[in-house]
Design a protein. Structure first.
Length: 321
């Protein structure tokens, strides 16, 4: 009989669904419980939850979401392995219930402990904890793993209409993006910068960046994101505060054969780093020369490329042959 492996996550940007698909291609009986899919059963439930949050300081929807996970596992049956991604959204009691329904309970953190702490879950909850953050690996003895390339390798590039592109959430990286956009303008570079989401605390920054950044309150699909990347020669990456791991942009760039400009110095330690493909900004090298945008992407050897694919990722995390 095939292994039964379940993935549990919010999956805001629809990355985690690719893990389930990759497992299924290997003949694994795999299922994804997407926590964010839980909806109030009725208008009455919605009103009750609002009342509870205001007067009882208790979020009933959050509790029901966690009950939803357990109910789904009971429906699916006992699992050989369960992987929960960013487990801080689930309380200890529910984690212990989930653990009873599998032989092996693992976690993967693609936020740092400083951003989303799981210190309350470190004592005997998980069999293994994987992390993409190099500092957390050193400080907490987590097992190191990167994010993964989930895309098919492109054979022929689409027409590139931008010199550089950035698409990301509305957060404290906006000042860096404004500064970069101004510098690109002096270099006569066409920079498509799109920032997504709502944050009233950052409205003043939005006003400052209105001439350089396209702000959208709604999020775009993953397919739309990739189409934007395809239109550019270079993908811009700014590491989030209190984080050292590499974002998915690097791995999407591998498949799309796009260059990257980043301020994340940790990329220098990865086997796919090539100075012709990845420019690391620092106090000395604020921007690359225009040659970076005009020279061709340098191909990786197959072994290096394949090491960062989702197939290699699931083999490592789930110990698949």
């Amino acid at each position: 009989m095939p292994q039964k492996i379940c993935i549990i996550s919010f999956d805001h940007w629809n990355y985690d669904k690719h893990i389930t698909a990759a497992l299924q291609k290997k003949g694994v009986d795999s299922y994804h419980i997407k926590i964010g899919d839980y909806k109030h059963a009725s208008v009455f439930d919605k009103i009750t939850n609002a009342f509870s949050k205001v007067f009882l300081n208790k979020n009933l929807k959050k509790l029901r979401r966690q009950d939803f996970i357990v109910d789904e596992l009971d429906r699916l049956g006992f699992q050989d392995q369960i992987l929960v991604i960013n487990p801080e959204v689930i309380d200890l009691e529910h984690h212990l219930q989930i653990k009873k329904r599998t032989n092996k309970y693992n976690a993967y953190l693609y936020d740092s402990m400083e951003r989303n702490c799981i210190a309350h879950l470190l004592d005997g909850v998980f069999d293994t904890i994987y992390s993409f953050d190099t500092n957390d690996v050193d400080n907490y003895n987590f097992l190191p793993i990167t994010n993964y390339n989930y895309l098919e390798e492109v054979k022929a590039k689409a027409k590139e209409v931008y010199d550089a592109v950035y698409v990301g959430s509305l957060d404290d990286r906006v000042p860096l993006l404004i500064d970069l956009a101004k510098k690109f303008k002096t270099m006569n570079l066409n920079f498509n910068c799109v920032v997504l989401g709502k944050n009233k605390k950052l409205d003043a920054l939005k006003e400052k960046g209105a001439d350089y950044i396209t702000f959208k309150e709604s999020y775009i699909s993953q397919e739309q994101l990739i189409e934007e990347y395809k239109k550019a020669k270079v993908i811009v990456d700014f590491v989030r505060e209190k984080q050292t791991g590499l974002s998915f942009r690097f791995f999407e760039a591998l498949a799309l054969k796009k260059k990257v400009i980043t301020n994340n110095k940790n990329v220098l330690n990865y086997s796919f780093y090539k100075p012709n493909n990845i420019f690391v900004m620092d106090d000395v090298n604020a921007l690359p020369s225009t040659d970076f945008f005009t020279t061709e992407y340098e191909e990786l050897v197959p072994d290096t490329y394949n090491n960062y694919t989702i197939d290699k990722w699931i083999e490592k995390v789930f110990n698949l042959k």
